[in-house]
Design a protein around this ligand. Structure first.
Ligand code: AMP
Length: 202
């Protein structure tokens, strides 16, 4: 199973990504987590990415594409993966498509987390107040949302055109949203063992 999760910052993607990756027994590859690990280890990649992350800007496509290609070449990703936070621009999506095509591979689905703008703003403000991530000041979060709107949101149409987009309502309790995600993916090959088989009780 090769899955991509798409949605704005604050949509709860990370939490759901971990649960779904667990369901399918595939690695959860979160580009933001990989960047943060590299920043705290002081690697060259971390040094390259940090200034962009601190401002809430996207890291340049070529840096991200190289990093993801290297991660996907690791053995645990050979039979499937769940990407959380990549691709984030049309250029990344096009490059990613080419990489997969060269391996005679393809994405099975893109799960899109839909959330009303007002709820998103409420969550983002709450997150800025609660967390001490260096990129979580209100200003930086505003910039992250802007980057999403201008550069990432066009991926919704990109994947809809390819028949890969599956949208779910991401406004709800964690468990509720997980069930919606499972239902949206239930017909795919290698579907989650725990996924309800046609209307099982919740
Ligand atoms: P996240 O935790 O997914 O919100 O990512 C944190 C930060 O890492 C983002 O604000 C970007 O600076 C950077 N980042 C993560 N994934 C990507 C990507 N696919 N393209 C560009 N920048 C990224």
């Amino acid at each position: 199973m090769r899955l991509v999760l798409l949605g704005p910052p604050g949509a709860g993607k990370g939490t759901q990504a971990a649960r779904l990756a667990d369901d399918y027994g595939i690695p959860h590859i979160a580009t933001g987590d990989i960047f943060r690990a590299n920043v705290s280890e002081g690697t060259e990649l971390g040094q390259e990415a940090q200034a962009y992350m601190d401002r809430g800007d996207l890291v340049p496509d070529d840096v991200v594409n190289r990093m993801v290609a290297a991660r996907l070449a690791e053995p645990d990703a050979a039979d499937g993966f769940l990407l959380d936070g990549y691709p984030r621009t049309v250029a990344q999506a096009e490059q990613f498509e080419q990489v997969l095509e060269a391996q005679s591979s393809a994405i099975d689905a893109v799960l899109f987390f839909q959330i009303p703008q007002a709820e998103l703003e409420r969550r983002v403000a709450g997150r800025a107040a609660e967390q001490s991530r260096s990129d979580d000041s209100v200003e930086v979060l505003g910039n992250r949302l802007n980057e999403y709107r201008t550069k990432t949101a066009p991926l919704e149409a990109f994947y809809a055109e390819r028949g890969l987009l599956r949208s779910i309502d991401a406004d709800g309790e964690i468990e509720e949203v997980t069930e919606r995600a499972r239902a949206a993916l239930a017909d795919l090959a290698g579907s989650a063992p725990q996924a309800p088989q046609g209307g099982t009780p919740r």
